[in-house]
Ligand binder design. Structure first.
Ligand code: HMG
Ligand code: MG
Length: 299
């Protein structure tokens, strides 16, 4: 059991959140979003994604956004890269932390990045080599850890194998993604426990989408297991455009509220986060998915 009371929130709203929103926000609005998030006390804000703009047009402005944000001291701004081309684009604008991503399901990986799991990992090898030489930290994502929209059930052994491989390759942190939000607490706990038998818990993060309303319960069961890094998106935006039926990430406001209520620390100012979430919902022209923001801003 992890005795630490501190949880690091990895805010993925500007990337995972905005990649799947119908509304196309202007780069200036995305920059304002990240600057606002930087003022909430968050230590890690995933800023954007250097993937193919044909595949994800919402983030075609990645370079402009990354260059435009104010880099607050003590905050890291990782970006997604699917291959060496993405890595080079990220480095051109000065990214110091990147994230590579693959899945535990072959069917999903094919749809999402047009590659098998093994092919995707082969693409990461030169990225990891370059990153090591450049002193760039690399996070690794494993998607579909609790179910796949195309293949259905995903074997825990497959999650363990892919997570271990990413860790062996040199990823400093592995984020375990319930891409379509179908997990439930006991399954989430068992999956995490199995991965933690091969990869140190201190190198693991959890990433829940909230399709079935299970995300907070899943996070709680993973905290009890010892994880201390949690991904979430302000206002509960987003999802993966190549995961049929996936809805938003768990809302950061709701995660922070729960953690503070449990006596845990995050370093995040909940009031500022709620303000940012309400502001973002206004920009997107839709209701926030955060229950906390709804409760706090109700008239
Ligand atoms: P492909 O079509 O197989 O790639 O796509 P390719 O290597 O054959 O290249 C095709 C074209 O794309 C070429 O351009 C390349 O230059 C260009 P053309 O000659 O046709 O003009 N290209 C690029 N352009 C800019 N940046 C790049 C890049 N790479 C190639 N980096 C590829 C393969 C991986 C590129 C594509 O499938 C892709 O970009 N996929 C990304 C999909 C995505 O972003 N999904 C969402 C993120 S994952 C997620 O949300 C899950 C997560 O949140 C965790 C969870 O919830 O589980 C992380
Ligand atoms: Mg995601």
């Amino acid at each position: 059991m992890n005795a630490s009371n501190h949880v690091r929130i990895v805010e993925v709203g500007p990337r995972d959140g905005l990649q799947n929103e119908k509304a196309m926000l202007a780069a200036a609005v995305k920059i304002e979003l990240i600057d606002r998030l930087s003022a909430t006390g968050l230590a890690t804000i995933e800023a954007t994604s250097f993937v193919s703009p044909k595949w994800v047009p919402q983030l075609a402005d990645a370079a402009e956004v990354f260059l435009g944000i104010r880099k607050a001291p003590g905050v890291v701004y990782p970006v997604l890269v699917p291959n060496l081309q993405g890595y080079e684009r990220a480095r051109e604008v000065g990214a110091t932390e990147v994230a590579v991503f693959t899945a535990a399901s072959e069917a999903f990986n094919r749809k999402n990045i047009n590659a098998s799991i093994d092919e995707s990992i082969e693409r990461f090898v030169p990225v990891m080599e370059r990153a090591r030489a450049d002193g760039v930290a690399v996070r690794g994502y494993v998607s579909t850890v609790l179910g796949c929209p195309y293949q259905g059930e995903v074997a825990v052994a497959d999650v363990v194998r892919v997570a271990r491989r990413l860790h062996e390759l040199g990823c400093h942190e592995i984020s375990l993604g319930d891409t379509i939000g179908v997990g439930t607490p006991a399954k989430a706990r068992d999956m995490l426990r199995a991965v933690a038998s091969e990869v140190p818990m201190s190198a693991l993060a959890v990433h829940f989408h909230d399709t079935y309303g299970q995300a907070l319960a899943n996070i709680l069961s993973c905290l009890e297991e010892g994880v201390r890094v949690v991904d979430s998106a302000v206002s509960g935006t987003g999802g993966c455009p190549y995961a049929k039926g996936a809805t938003g990430n768990v809302a950061s406001e709701d995660v922070v509220y729960m953690l503070h209520g449990m006596g845990m620390t995050t370093g995040v100012d909940l009031d500022r986060l709620v303000e940012t979430g309400a502001w973002l919902a206004g920009q997107l022209g839709k209701d926030t998915a955060s229950r906390v923001t709804r409760a706090r801003t109700a008239v």
